[in-house]
Design a protein around this ligand. Structure first.
Ligand code: MN
Length: 251
């Protein structure tokens, strides 16, 4: 099985090393094509107005001066050889959870979306991080391989990717794995105005987020309570009940 690994934190992120460790328990045919620098929150952006450069670190590791979606495109079309598409793309493991509305900002999830557009099964993986203290990768290392194997065995419907989040938990902790729905969060406050040393204004996003829906059964609730969340995400964003309600209005 051929695995392509990508992320949005950059090729040297410790999350990529953990993901590679997980991937190598599943296959020997593992390829890493990841951004050369951090690309968090670039979502599904593509580089269209300048050339892309790829750096070969060794036969299976490449960094790209572009976005996570660029990495997937470049891997599929140029880097991974033999015309053999990967059997699975895993994006991550992101440092920081991708829950609720994070999905629409996330470069990690967008790389999985790009793979999904190619018809390749794709999993986004993210690690909830404590505000203080070291990141504990033990949960991801222990549970990751089994989650990947089970998801591959159960199959990926067309246009659907899997979003997995690992909780911040003590080493050795037992973590329930649950399929849960996306919660929702929104930004409040937001842009702070400051002045540079020459007296000119600049602005910095200082927003914090509040829960709109973190009810039981959401990814937010499950991961915060120490569980591992799996949420199938559809690339088709159509809201069918509203579409149906609008039938006749424009008919
Ligand atoms: Mn990131």
């Amino acid at each position: 099985m051929r695995l392509l690994l990508v992320n949005d934190d950059g090729i040297s992120s410790p999350g990529m090393a953990v993901l590679e460790e997980i991937a190598k328990t599943i296959s020997d045919d593992v390829w890493v094509v990841a951004p050369q620098s951090e690309q968090s929150a670039v979502s599904h952006a593509l580089t269209l107005h300048r050339p892309l450069r790829a750096k070969k670190h060794d036969d299976r590791h490449f960094s790209v001066d572009g976005t996570p979606a660029d990495c997937v495109l470049l891997a599929m079309h140029q880097i991974v050889p033999g015309g053999k598409k990967p059997d699975l793309v895993i994006s991550g493991i992101n440092i920081g959870a991708n829950l609720a509305d994070d999905l629409t900002y996330s470069g990690t999830v967008a790389a999985a979306m790009e793979a999904c557009l190619f018809g390749v099964p794709a999993i986004a993986m993210s690690q909830f991080t404590p505000t203080i203290g070291e990141i504990n990768w033990d949960v991801a290392k222990r549970y990751g391989p089994d989650i990947v194997r089970k998801l591959m065995a159960s199959g990926f419907p067309e246009g659907v990717l899997m979003n997995v989040n690992f909780p911040a938990a003590a080493p050795g902790a037992s973590c329930p794995v649950s399929v849960v729905r996306q919660g929702s969060r929104a930004y409040k406050s937001g842009m702070e105005r400051r002045e540079d040393p020459r007296g000119r204004a600049y602005y910095w996003n200082s927003g914090t987020r509040f829960d709109v829906n973190a009810a039981p059964g959401t990814d937010l609730a499950h991961v915060r309570s120490g569980g591992i969340s799996i949420t199938p995400i559809s690339l088709d964003l159509t809201h069918l009940p509203t579409a149906r309600a609008l039938e006749g209005v424009f008919g």
